[in-house]
Design a protein around this ligand. Structure first.
Ligand code: EPZ
Length: 425
């Protein structure tokens, strides 16, 4: 698993239908929310991904009774064994920071390793901690761990200095068991935040404004269990939209929600792709001529940073000069060097990449560095001449369910090459 590779022979047009999986970034917070109640919880359409498996491992260590079968999680927290999320887990998945809010709110104490950086940036959590302090928590940093404690959190008014998706979600989870009402300003508006608010309301907290910049939440002493169906994964869907656009394909993404992909769909249309949205999914037809354009990443509803690497492949084949400006993460151009090795004409200037369109890309052995960069290398392989081998695809497995199966089912020449057994990194 750890050293598997993806081998792609480029040149096939993709045609057919792909079923969109449930959203990883919706499932991760909702799994953490099972800590907030003693009642049973059920999550459906949960994608089977490395990040989900890791979160499940941590929850079981903390003491949650949890089963995961056929994309359904059943979980119940009767009694916690511990309130510490060890470094060994957190270093593999920074989304473990989502355990802080629920543990602090439910147990009055939490000890979670600082996530440490990852390939795309330092990834601090200061904004999460400031929100917890606003609710009355005492925060201490000890030997690389965050220790948060509070006998009982109290509702407060708090403005996030800058937009943070998991920071907004963490604050809502903590405030759901606080005394009184909290109002959070400058919140993230991602669909995953909207779903978090919906589920906390189902659990008994009164939440207004989730999905907008200002969210009000009234905490409760106890929260009820919940059943929740994951929203479709908008980044997985966006990735396959680009796969169709670059291969002059005709794909139907069943279950994809066009409302979660407005900025991406608009940019694909601006590039010349034909897109039809309906209640059951999104149809995309790629064209031979790809028009160049400028992209600037931004918090939802802007163009998602998680689609920047994938879109760079499309713009590498456009007729003319394009520009990509990454405003969210400080180091999210790890895919650029690899795409250059495949023949793309890219120049990094600080937070911007200038792209001169080329006629074709050429297959090459390349290495994945982070989740979305690895997706962009697979996309490049689909449209390159010759063979591309993408190594270290455990990055891919963190966020894409059975990518090779889904792509092969619509005509891609792609196989996973199993390599030596798991080597604990
Ligand atoms: C979420 O990460 C997503 N992960 C990321 O997706 C996504 O790229 C990101 O939002 C932006 O959309 C999950 O939802 C699990 P942020 P998150 O806090 O919440 C800085 C993927 O591919 N910041 O919105 O960690 C931060 O460094 C992943 O699935 C602080 O400075 O992102 C970044 O520059 C990758 N202090 C910016 O804010 C903080 O306390 C936005 O980060 C928190 C964040």
């Amino acid at each position: 698993m750890a050293l598997d590779k993806m081998r792609i022979v480029g040149g096939n047009r993709l045609q057919g239908e792909i079923l969109t999986s449930g959203s990883k970034n919706a499932a991760l917070p909702l799994l953490a929310m099972t800590l907030l109640t003693r009642d049973p919880c059920e999550l459906t359409a949960v994608p089977d991904l490395l990040d989900i498996q890791n979160m499940i491992k941590i929850l079981r260590i903390l003491g949650v009774d949890l089963t995961f079968l056929n994309h359904t999680v059943n979980a119940q927290t009767i009694k916690l064994n511990q309130v510490e999320a060890p470094y060994d887990f957190v270093r593999k998945m920074r989304a473990s920071v989502l355990l802080l809010g629920p543990l602090l709110a439910k147990c009055g104490f939490a000890r979670v390793s600082m996530p440490g950086g990852c390939a795309i940036g330092v990834r601090p959590i200061n904004l999460h901690l400031k929100a917890f302090e606003a609710l009355g928590a005492e925060i201490e940093l000890k030997e690389g761990y965050v220790e948060a404690k509070a006998s009982r959190l109290k509702g407060a008014e708090h403005t996030f200095e800058s937009v943070t998706v998991t920071g907004t979600i963490n604050a809502l989870m903590a405030a759901s068991l606080a005394v009184g009402e909290s109002v959070f300003h400058n919140c993230a508006q991602e669909p995953e935040v909207f779903l978090t608010g919906e589920v906390l309301s189902k659990m008994g907290a009164t939440v207004d404004g989730a999905g907008t910049k200002t969210i009000r939440i009234r905490g409760r002493n106890e929260l009820k269990g919940f059943r929740a169906d994951m929203i479709p994964d908008r980044i997985e869907a966006g990735t396959y939209l680009v796969a169709s656009a670059i291969t002059e394909g005709e794909l139907f993404l069943r279950g994809a929600n066009a409302e979660h992909l407005g900025a991406v769909i608009q940019k694909l249309r601006d590039c010349g792709a034909e897109i039809v949205e309906d209640v059951s999914g999104i149809f995309v037809k790629g064209k031979k001529l790809i028009l160049p354009l400028e992209i600037q990443t931004a918090p939802f509803p802007g163009f998602p940073t998680d689609m920047q690497a994938q879109f760079m492949v499309l713009l590498s084949l456009a007729r003319g000069r394009s520009l990509v400006h990454e405003t969210i993460f400080e180091n999210r151009f790890m895919h650029v060097a690899e795409l250059i090795r495949m023949g793309a004409d890219l120049k990094i200037k600080g937070p911007e990449v200038t792209i001169e369109g080329v006629q074709k890309l050429k297959g090459a052995p390349v290495m994945a560095t982070d989740l979305r960069a690895s997706a962009s290398l697979v996309l490049a392989g689909l449209v390159s001449e010759g063979v591309t081998e993408v190594s270290r695809i455990y990055h891919l497995d963190r966020g894409y369910e059975r990518m090779e199966t889904k792509l092969a089912s619509v005509g891609a020449d792609i196989v996973r090459i199993m390599n030596q057994p798991e080597v604990e990194k």
